[in-house]
Write a protein that binds this ligand. Structure first.
Ligand SMILES: C[S@@+](CC[C@H](N)C(=O)[O-])C[C@H]1O[C@@H](n2cnc3c(N)ncnc32)[C@H](O)[C@@H]1O
Length: 557
């Protein structure tokens, strides 16, 4: 099997005696955030079952962007309104394949390209059965004999009872529906391909597009895992982009995290079981938590242009380790997972679950270890829920400010990571909502926390939005695809704000700060007008959470 084609910035290092076997190394140095290589011709790039009819099956774009920003000219009030965070994104009109009607496309060009790349092989199968587990193996097997020399860990999977049974079931279903069942070997071949896909596919459940699916590229599949990776993968339609998460030397091995590397060690190892190796990264060897990883990260200085510019706090977080020990965190995480999320929309049920989870996290709360899972997720989940709630929307704002200053920078040290940028965008959009409440005088009736109402009344919420948007545009341009919806929206909103009359001075100062965070005037303005109110809002988060979860109907400060 010939080695996979690689971009010139990468080479495969093959070491038969090393348990990792092959690895990707750079041929040149990269600065943090720089694209290392793009992979525009995957072997396989498919939306998953539920997304098959809502996503173009070729370019994998989900929908068009919502109308970004519209300005009005009410003087004295907040004059810009952004799409409300709860507004559904309008979907593009997608056309279905006329023959099988199982897959959809955004246009004729995508339909033609997908027919050649994959659909020709699967369309007949879909005519027989519209959707089946195991769809993903067929084009791969057809296109390359199911080999590509990719690692499949077949023996490892064979030793995993239920997982193996599931793979056999999927393989059988696929060959039966594809009309390829000509003996046991056909099923065995399908299962081997599924093992390769399981080992090498990227789940396109990415923070960027919010869509799910799988992506396999034989070159990118050579990248090994570390819980403290130096790179990460993002997607732009059918193209995967490998980016540096920190500065990388020429010749260094590239690693990415296959899993959520912010989880406690036992949970990370459980997630890695599907890859059949023992992780020997520094985080695993020394059982470090996210604070300890952050403390030594070379990406910390990048935060001087962020919502957490206090680098000494990132190096010396104000936590109290004596209040909780690692085994206790593991136990909390395990128990937290046993508390089932409510299926329905019952507000009381959701509050009960949040209360149980928050109480379970009490030792982490006492230790002020907000960035440790499952505490960080407990806070974020409530924020997301409240964001979409008519009654609670204002209270989501301090929670999101808290997550963006006390959790995310420690979990994802590089400020250009998409999850950090998305957090900034969520705050921006909420500020647009609270800004309208403030301008219309409705804020005090929507929120009973005097500190929160007072802070928002005193703040220039448009300026706060502009400061956040400048951070999003800066970091989004570094760490994400130009076509990323969040970046596109941020640019449009920023242009809108810049064109508002009467705000020239604020915009000039923020522009000066964005061009040079050391600019004394611009820096002081950002600190006073953006950072200070964000931190004040964040400071209300815990008392609001405690009060709400204590089922008190009125929150006061
Ligand atoms: C996507 S492949 C990576 C390329 C692989 N090294 C190869 O030679 O094909 C994933 C597999 O690589 C191996 N692997 C990845 N990261 C590893 C690590 N940190 N330590 C040991 N093995 C690793 C495991 O066998 C895993 O299932």
């Amino acid at each position: 099997m010939p080695p996979p084609q690689l971009p010139p910035t990468l080479r495969i290092h093959h070491s038969p005696t090393n348990p990792r076997r092959r690895a990707l190394h750079t041929t040149t140095a990269f600065r943090a955030g720089a694209p290392i290589a793009t992979f525009p011709s995957p072997l396989l790039a498919l939306p998953d079952g539920p997304s098959m009819r809502t996503t173009c099956n070729h370019c994998l774009r989900v929908s068009s962007s919502p109308s970004a920003a519209n300005s009005t000219s009410n003087s004295g009030a907040l004059r810009v309104s952004f799409p409300h965070p709860t507004n559904a994104t309008p979907t593009e009109k997608l056309r279905a394949c006329a023959r099988c009607r199982a897959v959809v496309y955004c246009g004729a060009a995508c339909q033609r390209a997908h027919w050649r790349a994959a659909h020709k092989a699967e369309c007949g199968m879909f005519v027989r059965v519209r959707e089946t587990a195991g769809r993903d193996w067929l084009p791969t097997a057809e296109a390359g004999g199911g080999g590509y020399g990719l690692e499949g860990n077949v023996d490892g999977f064979r030793g995993m009872g239920e997982v193996w049974a599931d793979l056999e079931l999927q393989g059988t279903a696929a060959v039966v529906y594809a009309g390829l069942l000509d003996g046991e070997e056909a099923v065995a071949r399908a299962v081997r391909v599924l093992c390769k896909i399981q080992t090498n596919a990227f789940n396109r459940l990415d923070a960027d597009t919010g869509m799910t699916g799988i992506f396999v590229d034989a070159g990118l599949a050579m990248v090994n895992h570390s819980c403290v990776p130096n790179a990460f993968v993002g997607f732009d339609g059918r193209t995967a982009v490998l980016r540096a998460e920190r500065d990388i030397q020429a010749g260094e091995e590239i690693t990415i995290s296959y899993i959520d590397n912010t989880l406690p060690k036992a949970a990370r190892h459980e997630a890695l079981r599907l890859y059949h190796f023992e992780c020997g990264c520094p985080q695993c060897n020394d059982d470090l938590d996210v604070y300890q990883v952050c403390q030594t990260s070379s990406a910390v200085p990048l935060n001087s242009f962020s919502l957490q510019p206090d680098l000494s706090k990132l190096r010396n977080p104000p936590i109290d380790r004596s209040k909780v020990f690692p085994a206790q965190i593991e136990a909390i995480y395990k128990q937290w997972q046993t508390i089932a999320s409510p299926q329905g929309d019952d507000e009381v049920e959701h509050l009960d679950v949040a209360r149980a989870r928050w109480e379970l996290c009490r030792p982490l709360v006492d230790a002020r270890m907000w960035a440790i899972e499952p505490l960080s997720t407990t806070v974020t989940q409530l924020a997301i829920r409240w964001q979409a709630s008519y009654k609670m929307v204002v209270y989501a704002l301090p929670l999101l400010c808290f997550a963006s200053t006390e959790c995310e920078p420690f979990k994802y040290v590089a400020p250009f990571k998409p999850s950090r940028i998305k957090g900034l965008m969520a705050i921006t959009k909420l500020l647009a909502v609270t800004g309208e409440f403030t301008a219309s005088g409705a804020l005090a009736t929507r929120c009973h926390h005097e500190g929160l109402v007072g802070t928002l009344a005193m703040a220039d919420q448009v300026t706060m939005c502009e400061g956040l948007l400048r951070l999003i545009v800066h970091h989004g341009s570094v760490g994400a695809a130009e076509s990323w919806e969040v970046l596109r929206d941020a640019r449009a909103m920023l242009a809108d704000l810049e064109s508002l009359e009467g705000r020239e001075q604020e915009s000039t100062l923020l522009r000066a700060w964005a061009q040079d965070p050391e600019d004394p005037e611009g820096g002081a303005f950002f600190e006073d007008q953006v950072l200070k109110p964000i931190n004040t809002l964040a400071s209300f988060a815990v008392e609001i959470l405690e009060a709400m979860l204590d089922a008190k109907s009125v929150v006061k400060k």
